[in-house]
Each structure stands twice: as structure tokens, then as C-alpha cells.
Design a protein around this ligand. Structure first.
Ligand code: SF4
Length: 221
């Protein structure tokens, strides 16, 4: 199976499995999505949704959040992972959004990554989810699924290289959707521990599944 056939097989399977795939974060604006994505680093979407319900009730826009202190924000997000640094980032990010962008979240990588706390992955999520632009944010789930399904080679040791290889093969119009497919497939089926391989329709091309067979043939050789 060549690379094109492999990509076609995976994308066709996941599009049929997850036709309604979308972000599981709750938000009502680009700004709220940005805050939720910052909070979601090393934290579950479920926990983030509990936190943002109250946070956005107090500070729904960049203008309101910019008037809050780090301590105000910390109080409301303390059950999240890394609450001190996330509170500092959200406060600084909101102030910069108001000062430099009139409270509007920019829709390009260059300006997004000028915001405190916004790295390439967060910016890519905004491009893909908020602005429906061709982007492939690579988080832990996307990274794992891409490797297990043999979509990237062994040189893809970083999220950036994994993003580069995936972006090279996936049609532009499918990129943002493919991000959701990989993420949800990794979150619920191809989990880090105890993946649900029995019901997986991609097991015949999965490199993870082949490992024991390869190991066995090496031992028997
Ligand atoms: S067979 Fe298992 S490890 Fe491989 S892609 Fe499917 S769920 Fe993931």
C-alpha cells in the first residue's frame, strides 16, 4: 500500500466513522474558544467546559477579561492544570487583544502567535476551528494516531514535523476536518493505553498491531 492509498483508506474510514466531528469545547465566540484552547493544554475538555462556564459568565469578552487581574482569573480556573501560568497568559493575552486588535482575535498565524500563551498548536486550532482554514494542529492524540496508522515516517519526532508530513498528504479542503477525526479517534478509540483494537476497522494497516507479529518473526528467525 503506497502513501496515497494509505491516506485515502484512513480518511475515508474516519469520515464515515465520525461524520459530525467537531470541537468538544464549549464557546460562543472566537475569543472564548481561544481562552478554552489555552486552558485545555494538559487538561480534559470536560474539565475546561466546567471552568469556562463560570469564567465566561464573569468575563465573556476580551474587554471584560482584560479588566480582570491575574488573581481574579486564577480564582476561577484554579481546578485546571497549571492555573498560575494559564491565568497570567489569559490576562496578558486579553490585554494585548484589546490594545492591538480592538478585542478581535486575528485569523492568521503570524498575529495569533504574538499573543501571550499562544504557540503554534493553539494558533493552528484557532485557524482550523474558528476560521475554518486549512490547518493541522498536532496534539498528543493526533501525534499518536498519525504514527500508529503509518501516516508519517520515523523522522516525525516532533509535532511540527508531524504537522508538515500530514499537511503534505491531506487535501487542503479536508485538513481541518481531518484534525477532528484524528483527535476524536485518538481520544475515544485509539487511546494511549488499551486502544479498542477489536472493533477498529483500520487494524489491518495499523503499525501498532503489527509490532507483536514483527517481534515474533524476529524471534523465530
Ligand atoms: S488497531 Fe488499535 S492501535 Fe491500531 S489504529 Fe486501531 S485502535 Fe489504534
Amino acid at each position: 500500500m503506497n502513501a496515497n492509498e494509505r491516506y485515502t483508506r484512513v480518511l475515508d474510514y474516519l469520515s464515515a466513522l465520525l461524520p459530525e466531528a467537531k470541537s468538544e469545547l464549549n464557546y460562543e465566540s472566537d475569543f472564548q474558544l481561544l481562552v478554552a484552547v489555552v486552558l485545555s493544554a494538559q487538561c480534559t475538555d470536560k474539565r475546561v467546559n466546567i471552568i469556562t462556564k463560570e469564567l465566561f459568565a464573569h468575563y465573556p469578552t476580551a474587554f471584560e477579561m482584560a479588566r480582570a487581574t491575574e488573581e481574579d482569573i486564577y480564582t476561577l480556573i484554579s481546578s485546571c492544570s497549571y492555573p498560575h501560568s494559564k491565568a497570567a497568559h489569559i490576562a496578558a493575552m486579553s490585554k494585548k487583544l484589546v490594545a492591538d486588535f480592538n478585542g478581535v482575535v486575528p485569523d492568521n498565524m503570524e498575529q495569533l502567535t504574538t499573543l501571550p500563551g499562544v504557540g503554534r498548536k493553539t494558533a493552528n486550532v484557532m485557524l482550523a476551528v474558528a476560521f475554518d482554514k486549512p490547518a493541522m494542529p498536532v496534539d498528543t492524540h493526533v501525534f499518536r494516531v498519525a504514527h500508529r496508522l503509518g501516516l508519517v515516517n520515523k523522522n516525525a519526532k516532533t509535532p511540527e514535523e508531524t504537522e508538515r508530513q500530514l499537511t503534505r498528504h491531506i487535501p487542503t479542503e479536508k485538513l481541518s476536518k481531518a484534525h477532528h477525526w484524528f483527535l476524536l479517534f485518538g481520544r475515544y478509540t485509539c487511546t494511549a493505553r488499551n486502544p479498542k483494537c477489536d472493533g477498529c476497522g483500520l487494524s489491518d494497516i495499523c503499525t501498532e498491531k503489527m509490532k507483536p507479529l514483527l517481534q515474533k518473526s524476529v524471534e523465530q528467525a
